[in-house]
Design a protein around this ligand. Structure first.
Ligand code: NCD
Length: 305
């Protein structure tokens, strides 16, 4: 057994454990180029009951880079889920075929439930609007690689802080470090109250609507897409869509060494003209996603300590 059996919520990890993932990811970087047989004979099952590009492909590529194999359900309509099989039963079947299960599911709590039924590790690749812990780890790794440290930074999360699961996990992850955290969103998309309450006991948190108020101070600006698919009422979505955008004009007010992150996909929050600036790190972030997920798999499967 590795550092942790399952990876369900970022809240289950201590700062020491998070730091250990980052250090392990750093050590994985050469293996992303050379490949390895560290996980030879191991099978990863990826069960994705919601759309995904980066998360599924990077987990599968990470497994292959480490010499393991992959089986997957990416199209629930062609699996027994379409026949009404419940998640617990699906997990009790798939655990017989795989050494680790990566699960993305539209319901909050789905990954936790799966872990209760599974004898093999469950990695949460997105549980509804709730959490996306492996994204938070790769986000931290990207910050760490660019800035050399996480402590002491001024970091803003901007966008859909209400329905965006990546920012939920990232806010909890960052609360382990000595950062100043700015939560920037229209009122309608403010961070869930329980998260603000949980983290503001640990770090300085400020909520605001206009990023320009703090932009010149920022080391990291993390932008997210408005999660249209999670709005119960599309009229509410219409009110906030297009309410923030990062372009060259805005960035002219930022520090030279500001880094701009985004979990992707973007749908207009970052103008393409920004891509060629020194601020843009969102494609590098996807590469670090591969490395971080190699580390997570190696740790969960006990191939590294
Ligand atoms: C995110 C997700 O699925 O939550 N995508 C990802 O995993 N990189 C962000 C999003 O869909 O906006």
């Amino acid at each position: 057994m590795g550092l942790f059996k399952d990876l369900i919520s970022i809240k289950d990890l201590t700062r020491e454990e998070i730091d250990h993932v980052l250090v392990t990811a750093d050590a994985m970087e050469p293996l992303a180029a050379s490949g390895s047989d560290m996980l030879k004979g191991k099978i990863l099952a990826s069960l994705f009951f919601e759309p995904s590009t980066r998360t599924r492909l990077s987990f599968e590529a990470a497994m292959l880079k480490l010499g393991g194999s992959v089986i997957s359900i990416t199209e629930p309509r062609v699996s027994s889920v379409e026949k009404g099989e419940n998640l617990a039963d699906t997990i009790r079947v798939v655990e017989n075929y795989a050494d680790v299960i990566v699960l993305r599911h539209p319901l909050e709590g789905a990954a936790r439930l799966a872990a209760e039924f599974s004898s093999v590790p469950i990695i949460n690749a997105g549980s509804g609007a709730e959490e996306h812990p492996t994204q938070a780890l790769l986000d931290l790794f990207t910050i760490f690689k660019n800035k050399g440290d996480i402590d002491g930074l001024n970091i803003a999360l901007m966008g859909d802080l209400r329905y965006g699961r990546t920012v939920h996990s990232l806010a909890y992850a960052l609360s382990n470090y000595a950062v100043n955290l700015y939560l920037v969103s229209p009122r309608l998309l403010r961070m869930r109250r329980e998260i603000v309450e949980d983290i503001s006991g640990k770090i300085k948190v400020e909520e605001l609507e206009d990023v320009e108020e703090i932009l010149p101070e920022l080391d990291v600006l993390y932008v997210t897409r408005i999660q249209k698919e999670r709005f119960p009422d599309l009229e509410e979505y219409e009110k906030v869509k297009g309410s923030y955008k990062v372009d060259l004009n805005l960035l002219s007010k930022a520090r030279e060494d500001l880094i701009l992150l985004h979990p992707l996909p973007r749908v207009g929050e970052i103008a393409p003209e920004v891509d060629s600036t020194r601020h843009a790190k969102y494609f590098q972030q996807t590469r670090f996603g591969l490395i971080t997920r190699m580390a997570i798999l190696a740790l969960v499967l006990g191939a590294v300590d």
